[in-house]
Structure formats: C-alpha cells, structure tokens
Ligand binder design. Structure first.
Ligand SMILES: NC(=O)c1ccc[n+]([C@@H]2O[C@H](COP(=O)([O-])OP(=O)(O)OC[C@H]3O[C@@H](n4cnc5c(N)ncnc54)[C@H](OP(=O)(O)O)[C@@H]3O)[C@@H](O)[C@H]2O)c1
Length: 281
C-alpha cells in the first residue's frame, strides 16, 4: 500500500500529514522534529487562534537548512473566515470584502511559511452566508490560477448538498476535503461518496480522540496483537487502506515514529472487514 495519495489535481501527497494546531511556542521544534522523523506533509492555517503559522515556517526553514528541499514537502494552509478568528488577532483586515481578505491571508501565509508556493490551500469552513463562501472560493480560484497554489480544498463541510453546490459552481473543484472523523457525522459516508466520484481526497482529524470505542474494540485489539502494533496504528492503517489521508498532530516522538510506521504492516481482508463492520466507515 502506497505511502502517497494522488488527488484529482494530480498532486502526489503524503498519505499521513503532520498537523500543527495548538502547539504554540513548541510549533517550530515539533515541526522540525516531525520532518526529521520522516513526515513530508504539513497542515497549518492562517488562524493565530489555533495555529502558530510563523512557527511552522521556522520549523520548515530549519529542516530545509538541514537538507530537505521545498520539492520534498507538501505544505497545506487554510483561509479562515472572520467567524473562525480571534477578533483581537485577525491576520488580515476584516473590514475588506471577503475576496480581499483571502488575498491578504494568503500573502501572510507565504510570508509566515517563508515559501513562494503552497501545495494545498484550504477553506477552513463554509462561511455563514453561502454568497460569501462562494466569493471566498472564487478568490481562492484566482490565486490557484496564478500558479502559486497546487490545489484547493475545503474543510468542515459536512453537508453533501453544500459540497455538491460548491462542485457545481466551481471552475477549480476541491481536491481535498478535511473533516472530523466522528460517529456524530456518520463518519462522513455521504460526503466521502462524492469525494470518491470526484477524485477528492478525504483528510480526517479527531480520528483518535473521537473514537476511543473503536480503539478499544475487539477487532482493533486483535489486529493490534497480530501485528505487534498499537490500536492507534491499526486504526490509522485501516484508514490508510481505505485511501483516507490521515492528519496527526502528535507531540510525542514515539507516536511520530509509530504513526510513520503504519506502512510497515498490512491489514488482511478479514481484518479490514471486521473493522469496517464497526462503522459505518
Ligand atoms: N480543519 C479543522 O477545523 C481542524 C480541526 C482540528 C484539527 N485539524 C488538523 O488536524 C490535526 C490533528 O488534530 P486532531 O484533532 O486529530 O488531534 P491530534 O493533535 O492529532 O491529537 C490526537 C491525540 O492523539 C494522540 N496521538 C497521536 N498519535 C498517536 C499514536 N500513534 N498513539 C497514541 N496516541 C496518539 C496525541 O497525543 P500525543 O501528543 O501525546 O501523541 C493526541 O492526544 C491538527 O493539528 C490540525 O492540523 C483541523
């Protein structure tokens, strides 16, 4: 099973991506460590409330000084609308029209990350007004057309009709959908079906924290014993074999190694079926 996934924009992406939320002052060190351990994908956002994007940039620059080249890396960042920002720390002028907010935010991301190209630019979530959502998407399309971005994506889009509407009204369709992987949303079976049809790669988060019942289930524990790995590794490998792109924001060096080691074993058909039955996955 491949350690990479290919989206509908033909971009080759790492199958597991290091997430950088909530790391504050530790961000640069953890990003540097993750890249040293072998991660090649980084997910961040221009949203100071939850992400230290300049710290991510510092970690990336340190790794590049130590031998990685820009082409080795998949860098994904997000535009976050005003409702998702801390009102006292918005990284663009919120009085501007949303299309201009997108441009300012994107320039800020380039500066924060110290790069000239973003592999994947993601809308952090639909805005309360669909007209604004569409205006943001059109501004993201304009950036994509300047070749400063490899592909576009959307996050926190749980309504299949909304995803379909975006597809219908886009010139540049999303290449990734980044959503919580939780029971409450039926594990996104409906939006993932659209993703499959359109070549959109589904990226999951909250995967471990929201699913302790899956991690402690019989099929996951059995597979964990059979392969000599942890339940978290089994679940990540299961999702990988389902061609779901995994986000992990671990702060532990051991967990980084374990997360990267999921490609060293393979779940057989019966193990996949048994875990599948715990879903709807
Ligand atoms: N688009 C959005 O709105 C959104 C929202 C949330 C997150 N995200 C993205 O997704 C990334 C991941 O966030 P997350 O919410 O899924 O949680 P996470 O930051 O990955 O943390 C999940 C928990 O899993 C643990 N963990 C990780 N690998 C493990 C392993 N192999 N074995 C056991 N425990 C392990 C971590 O503990 P240790 O630190 O001790 O390993 C942590 O307590 C974020 O950094 C961000 O990039 C996006």
């Amino acid at each position: 099973m491949s350690t990479t996934l290919v989206s509908n924009s033909d971009l080759i992406m790492p199958a597991i991506v290091y997430g950088t939320a909530w790391k504050e002052d530790r961000t640069a060190d953890l990003v540097e460590l993750a890249l040293k351990k072998g991660f090649r994908g980084i997910d961040t956002a221009c949203q100071p409330k939850h992400y230290n994007e300049p710290g991510v940039g510092e970690g990336i620059q340190r790794a590049m000084k130590n031998g990685l080249s820009r082409e080795d890396l998949f860098i994904q960042t997000k535009f976050t609308g005003v409702p998702g920002q801390d009102p006292s720390n918005i990284p663009y002028d919120p009085s501007l029209p949303v299309s201009e907010q997108v441009k300012e935010s994107f320039q800020m991301s380039l500066e924060n990350l110290g790069v000239e190209f973003i592999d994947s630019l993601v809308l952090h979530g639909p805005l309360p007004d669909w007209k604004d959502t569409l205006a943001v998407w059109k501004a993201m399309e304009d950036i994509a057309k300047t070749n400063q971005v490899g592909q576009l994506g959307i996050s926190n889009c749980y309504d299949p009709d909304m995803l379909q509407e975006l597809l219908d009204q886009s010139d540049v369709i999303p290449s990734v959908l980044q959503n919580r992987f939780v029971e409450e949303t039926g594990y996104g079976v409906d939006v993932r079906s659209i993703c499959r049809d359109q070549g959109i790669v589904f990226q999951c988060f909250w995967t471990l924290t929201a699913n302790p019942h899956i991690l402690s289930s019989g099929p996951v524990k059995d597979a964990s014993r059979d392969h000599g790995v942890t339940p978290a590794q089994v679940f990540f490998r299961f999702l990988n074999q389902m061609e779901i792109q995994i986000l992990t924001g671990t702060t532990s060096e051991l967990h980084m190694s374990q997360d990267l080691a999921i490609f060293e074993f393979e779940l057989n058909g019966s193990q996949m079926e048994q875990i599948q039955a715990l879903g709807p996955f």
